[in-house]
Design a protein around this ligand. Structure first.
Ligand code: ATP
Length: 653
């Protein structure tokens, strides 16, 4: 009669110098992080773990960081975890002698397949326990699972998961399964991982004569140590923005130490950087208050898809290696063979290498006319053949971030713009510079806005022109870029990007399809999706037909434990958080029936959208990039009605 395996939760998570890191060491770390909601404590726990890895087994630092972030490679490699739930359930069932229905039912009760897997594994008896898992082995196996493609790969994937799962101890099963689901749910943001890495490096030198031997923090005053952490944190975070590639960063960090990062890991053509984003403005007067005497330019805001174009090269541009990345650093090169083939026309002879920030917009070449975004979204997403392309695009270039070996992100916009115009050609309908005007009076801004709207644009992007404010703030939603859209002037505020978490069966004309949907915003602090509204307006019949099909792959048996909703809103069908939709509404109001931004404005009420209307799918956004709870709260508070009421209350008090 096989015995239940006996393990020691602490001893089994320890290892000696030079040995491979046990996967249990990471699982215990994640478990501790999950057990706290204090960000500083999370960073502390993770930095202790990373420090041990750096001192004992530095080769495991890179997989440790990736696994904490539930990533396998830089985002632009498009190597993603996130297997269909049914396959994972099948693997768990087959290993533990449960039927698929039993696993499903347990997952429905707990809302967490990771916990189900952990509990099932804990009570399982094993005749010959497999050797303990190492971090390296798990990382390599997850990579194999993610890389396997095609129908025949399904069984291979299930087999791989089973071989890992039967070797899991304690909470290893929980995190293994959650990794496979594509979501760790421990509330650890990437910025916290970078901060933890900085703390670990500050305490234990990774390079130089003291590498791997001492805890330098012991010989320092607390103040001095804190200053060292701050310095390292700034270096690591800035480097990561310019070069979002942990493979390069960890390599340099271990070879030469943190201080060497800026010299070795720079903005490089071929490695996409996170784009600068804009804040909404409340109207023309608001622009003048915000820029307060500083010079700014009003560029047309084109309605297409962001395209970061990279051309590497040393003496001359290497067009065979040119690539185009999306707003999310995904590689879109194979979507735009037509754009790539036109690159030689754009570059003047002076260009050896460059990175351009642009908007690709659907374009009617016969009538020389910009077309709506909806037309662009009908273009094939991958592996398009130039000869088959029906929707033409014109690329509107609005920034130059790198030229001939030098990053330009710290230069002012005025300088970047001058270099752009000096080194690149405009070709009507193919490559155009974003139109616009440097404005100094409200009348000029209003005039330019009217022009932009006549030119089929969404509005204006208003950007600081000189000084430090006019730098390109990588990865930042900056106040030095403001968007001014027509809708703001009409008082509806910005649109909202919400996550589809539920569906309601349609009736009458909509029978057989979903007739309405439950939408949520994302709260990064709680790592939760909070419901925002039900929506049933703005859809064409074609939209509803398409969504019934596309959403089918995202149906789940029960709401996830990280969905926050009131039972009165229970949909007929729950979806995993995958699709992001842009919606508009009449206004935002406090609501006891929804949980969006709960606690940020009112202790007991959430915020909901009144009269929401579907605008379009945002395939370029991941659910974590949907409008955040904080943004929803800010939008609610920025409404004139709310501001006036708050003002009246204060006056009365
Ligand atoms: P966000 O990126 O702010 O979360 P979003 O993706 O919905 O929101 P908007 O807020 O509508 O985008 O506006 C920013 C986007 O506008 C940029 O990401 C870019 O794709 C596009 N854009 C169009 N024209 C310009 C321009 N002249 N300068 C900068 N961005 C522009």
């Amino acid at each position: 009669n096989p015995a239940k395996p006996k393990y020691h939760p602490i001893k089994d998570a320890c290892w000696n110098k030079g040995q491979e890191v046990p996967y249990l060491a990471l699982a215990k770390t994640l478990e501790n992080i999950e057990g706290t909601s204090a960000r500083l404590k999370m960073i502390d726990i993770l930095s202790n773990y990373l420090r041990s890895v750096m001192l004992l087994t530095p080769e495991d630092l890179l997989p440790s960081i990736y696994l904490c972030l539930n990533q396998l490679a830089p985002a632009y490699h498009s190597l993603e975890l996130g297997m269909a739930e049914t396959y994972i359930m099948k693997a768990i069932g087959q290993c533990t002698g449960r039927t698929l229905a039993q696993v499903k039912s347990a997952a429905r009760t707990t809302g967490d397949l990771g916990l189900v897997a952990e509990q099932a594994r804990a009570t399982q008896r094993t005749m010959f326990p497999p050797p303990p898992l190492t971090l390296r082995k798990v990382f390599a196996a997850l990579k194999e699972v993610a890389q396997a493609t095609g129908q025949a790969s399904v069984n291979k994937k299930i087999g791989k998961i089973q071989s890992l799962y039967v070797a899991c101890r304690h909470s290893e099963a929980r995190y293994l399964i959650r990794s496979l689901e594509g979501k760790l749910r421990i509330g650890l943001a990437e910025q916290s991982v970078l901060q933890a890495l900085a703390c670990a490096c500050a305490a234990s030198p990774t390079a130089g004569p003291l590498a791997g031997t001492v805890d330098v923090s012991a010989d320092m005053s607390q103040e001095k140590f804190k200053a060292r952490v701050d310095e390292f944190s700034l270096i690591i975070k800035t480097t990561y923005c310019e070069c979002p590639n942990y493979d390069s960063i960890v390599d340099i960090l271990l070879k030469y130490g943190v201080e060497a990062l800026p010299q070795h890991c720079k903005l490089t053509p071929g490695v996409p950087l996170k784009p600068m984003l804009a804040h909404p403005s409340r109207g023309v007067a608001d622009l003048f208050t915000r820029f307060d005497g500083e010079r700014f330019t009003c560029e047309w805001k084109y309605d297409g898809e962001r395209a970061q174009i990279h051309v590497p090269g040393t003496d001359s541009p290497d067009l065979t290696k040119a690539s185009i990345f999306s707003r999310n650093q995904e590689n879109n090169t194979s979507k735009y063979p037509d754009v790539l083939s036109r690159l030689p026309k754009l570059l003047k002879g002076s260009v050896q290498s460059c990175v351009l920030d642009c908007e690709a917009v659907a374009y009617d070449t016969a009538n020389k006319q910009i077309l709506p975004f909806q037309i662009l979204s009908t273009r094939k997403r991958k592996d398009a053949q130039a000869s088959e392309i029906k929707v033409q695009v014109c690329v509107f270039v609005f920034d130059l971030l790198y030229l001939n070996g030098s990053p330009l992100v710290r230069e002012s916009l005025e300088r970047r713009r001058a270099l752009l115009r000096e080194n690149f050609n405009e070709i009507e309908g193919e490559w155009e510079f974003a139109r616009g005007r440097d404005c100094s009076s409200p009348e000029e801004v209003e005039g330019e806005l009217a022009e932009a709207l006549r030119g089929s644009c969404e509005g204006l992007m208003v950007k600081a022109l000189d000084g430090d404010k006019a730098r390109y703030d990588i990865a930042r939603r900056s106040h030095n870029w403001l968007k001014l859209k027509k809708d703001y002037l009409e008082g509806c505020g910005d649109s909202i990007d919400a996550v589809v978490v539920g569906g309601y069966h349609g009736k009458g004309k909509r029978a057989g399809h979903y007739g309405g949907f439950l939408l949520a915003c994302y709260d990064p602090e709680m790592d939760a999706y909070q419901t925002l509204c039900k929506i049933g307006t703005g859809f064409s019949d074609e939209d509803l037909r398409t969504f019934s099909e596309t959403l089918q792959t995202h149906v789940i048996d029960a709401p996830k434990s990280y969905y926050s909703y009131e039972n009165s809103m229970n949909p007929d069908v729950w979806f995993e958080a995958a699709c992001v939709w842009e919606v508009r509404c009449a206004d935002l109001s406090l609501s006891p029936a929804h949980r969006a931004a709960l606690g940020l404005v009112d202790r007991d009420k959430g915020i909901s959208l009144r009269f929401p209307r579907f605008i379009r799918c945002r395939d370029d956004k991941r659910p974590e990039q949907a409008t955040s709870a904080r943004q929803v709260a800010d939008m609610y508070l920025a409404q004139d009605q709310v501001k006036n009421t708050a003002g009246n209350k204060t006056a009365q008090e």
